[in-house]
Design a protein around this ligand. Structure first.
Ligand SMILES: [Fe+2]
Length: 230
């Protein structure tokens, strides 16, 4: 069974297992981007099994393992063990949280030379709770959001969890960052600056880690997801 789903030129997504986060079931998704030299940039890696590894190896050499925020670290160690020469990139706050992992680099507002010119990035700040690195793959005109946009199908959560998730603003027809995180963006000016930079990329597609992204009209999708910041 093919796990990799082509999502544009040199971009693939993979749906991972459902994970439990404080009692809530979340679908997971990663992305693999093939850089011009043939090396692979792995975004938000999901659990690696033999089948997935075979498919990834057929794409290219895994060179970069990227957790876009401090919550998406669960499979990093497993990937690093499978690909010891790959570089581990830490988002703000993760190196402190996972002292058992040795990171090779820290992610910030500018793309490092490894992928500059092919993948743009910025640090979406403004909240003391968490910062997230947002990426833009130029070739496929795709923006990649981790937890800043969550978009789960109606009925994904049931019972009281369904109600909580709906109030949290992450279930169709609503979507975006979980409401308790939105409320921590005290520096809204900084957050709006980041959003403006993202919209300047003019994304056509959007990949998200939890739920459905879009294949077209990415800018409109992003604007809707960030209405809370207007
Ligand atoms: Fe997440």
């Amino acid at each position: 069974m093919t796990r990799l789903l082509p999502w544009g030129e040199d971009l693939w997504i993979v749906d991972g297992p459902v994970v439990n986060f404080f009692g809530f079931r979340y679908p997971t998704r990663m992305a693999a981007i093939r850089l011009s030299g043939g090396k692979l940039f792995i975004w938000s890696p999901v659990r690696l099994d033999g089948e997935l590894k075979e498919e990834i190896d057929a794409l290219g050499a895994v060179a970069h393992l990227v957790s876009p925020n401090k919550l998406h670290h669960l499979s990093l160690r497993q990937w690093k063990e499978a690909y010891p020469s790959a570089q581990l990139h830490a988002p703000p706050g993760l190196a402190k949280k996972r002292r058992d992992i040795r990171f090779d680099a820290t992610l910030g507002n500018e793309a490092p030379s490894d992928w500059a010119g092919e993948i743009d990035q910025l640090c979406f700040g403004g909240s003391p709770a968490m910062a997230e690195i947002v990426f833009f793959h130029r070739k496929s005109r795709t923006a990649l959001f981790c937890d800043l946009i969550e978009h789960l199908p109606r009925g994904w959560f049931t019972g009281w969890r369904g109600l909580v998730a709906r109030l949290d603003g992450i279930v169709e027809p609503d979507f975006g960052a979980p409401r308790e995180w939105r409320m921590t963006f005290l520096d809204r000016k900084l957050a709006r600056l980041a959003l403006g930079r993202i919209l300047d990329w003019h994304p056509g597609q959007v990949v998200i880690a939890h739920g459905d992204g879009v294949r077209a009209d990415g800018e409109a999708f992003i604007r809707r997801a960030f209405r809370w910041l207007a």
